[in-house]
Design a protein. Sequence first.
Length: 355
Amino acid sequence: MSDAEQAKGAKNGITYADAGVDIDAGNALVERIKPAAKRTARSGSMSGLGGFGALFDLKAAGYADPILVAATDGVGTKLRIAIDTGNVGTIGIDLVAMCVNDLVCQGAEPLFFLDYFATGKLELDSATRIIEGIAEGCARSGCALIGGETAEMPGMYHGGDFDLAGFAVGAMERGQDLPAGVQAGDVLLGLSSDGVHSNGYSLVRKLVEVSGLGWQDDCPFGTGTMGEVLLTPTRLYVTQVLRAIRAGGVHALAHITGGGLTENLPRVLPADLGAQIDLHSWQLPGVFQWLAQTGGMDQGEMLKTFNCGIGMILVVAPDRANALAALLRDAGEDVHVLGHVTDGEAGVSYTGTLL
């Protein structure tokens, strides 16, 4: 028998598929998500999915002397609810929002986004829904989904588990970065959140467990099941806030994520300035009332753990506050005049009661 005949009849050895990695499924996923990625194309987009790298043209995006701004984040243990319920269609919106909402706080316009999706076994339908959610978040924020990585890692993730990370890059013209010009007397405009967003879910899951409710039980503070309501995606503030920035008078923005109002607002204030917030200036949403009651949590703990109904704060010039509030309301935001920037002691002080 010739060498060629021996080779042809030789028994096939162990394959990558035998080790649990399906390259064909990965290729099929790329083909499935190409239409979703394509609809996020914007000025500056240069290439589709599939290359070793992704290109973006800053000049074509309209920038003359740009400064790049980058952000990365995940979704935290909110993923656990998505995995346990199988409701994975909106978790990608959370992923995008956690990154791009941070970018606009620097004064930057989000330009492009890349995702990292890792799982033990690639399930095409589920993965497609996840990445279509990412594309939806990008489309809503004017950000191109230009690439990513899908990693199938058997032995690392089990029982349908997966993880997500996101990476966003934005730009602004030189000299337009925020915060800038914050001073005592500036007005604090709070934009309502769409629930818990994507922070504090280790505590949320613990409190649901304590309550004795399951993800499929009727939600006592919203319409639908507990799982559905608690998976309400993080609100995207990008296009609305960029309109406010371009209108003039915005000195700083704070995305209210982990650490709540107490920890996030001081990040954008000079060291010699503080902030005073009237807790009667908005109504605590039902989800937070339920969390506080179920856990017996005091006001201070709530304010440094959750957004408590305020997902973004704009620090604005007093003479621009009314006009900017009107602009944001016209853009679909629920706006609350929370308080003002103060001289003296750093940090946030509160008047009134939340609970």
